[in-house]
Design a protein around this ligand. Structure first.
Ligand SMILES: [Ca+2]
Length: 182
């Protein structure tokens, strides 16, 4: 009996080794081929290594672990040319889709100014206005940093917005985030 217990216990402890929940923000300027760099702030920085060579400098993503408490994720990017930069706010990738943890986000600002409906308070109970959501499971939550609403995202379900950016200008992005309840 004892030998059978060992694999069973190992299986039970597996979820503990799944990666910690993290917010991940993809900064995508590939549409207009705008080279973009991170110049300050937090987050583990990665490039769009899966993209063709000419697009790799135009795409980066940053991630930071989240906890059960709200905390700010702050970083600064600068585009080399003027144009549209897409921010896709989601969670960390994990090999198994079921392990891609959800995070709550709220209070999105750019250079200290709230973006349109950046606190997600303008909503119809299901969807927040002024945002584009990719994936099917982006939902509102009443666990909010400010106001009454936040948005729950993960790697496959993201909240997206487009910045009209000017060449050479620094854009400080701030997003409050915490781990979502299962
Ligand atoms: Ca809010």
């Amino acid at each position: 009996m004892k030998t059978l217990m060992i694999p069973a216990l190992a299986a039970l402890t597996l979820p503990l080794f799944a990666g910690p929940a993290a917010i991940r923000v993809d900064v995508d300027a590939t549409k207009q081929l705008i080279p973009i760099k991170k110049t300050a702030g937090e987050g583990k920085l990665s490039k769009g290594h899966w993209l063709p060579a000419e697009k790799q400098n135009c795409y980066l993503y940053l991630s930071k672990p989240v906890t059960d408490e709200w905390s700010d994720f702050i970083f600064t990017v600068v585009p080399e040319k003027s144009g549209d930069i897409r921010l896709n706010i989601g969670g960390e990738w994990s090999k198994e889709p079921g392990d891609r943890e959800f995070v709550l986000i709220d209070d999105v600002t750019v250079n200290g100014e709230p973006v349109a409906n950046g606190s997600f308070e303008e909503n119809d109970g299901k969807k927040a206005k002024n945002w584009y959501f990719s994936g099917k499971s982006v939902t509102l939550s009443d666990d909010a940093k400010t106001g009454k609403a936040s948005v729950k995202v993960n790697h496959d379900n993201r909240a997206c917005l487009t910045l009209k950016a000017e060449a050479g200008k620094n854009y400080e992005i701030k997003i409050s985030a915490k781990k979502a309840e299962k």
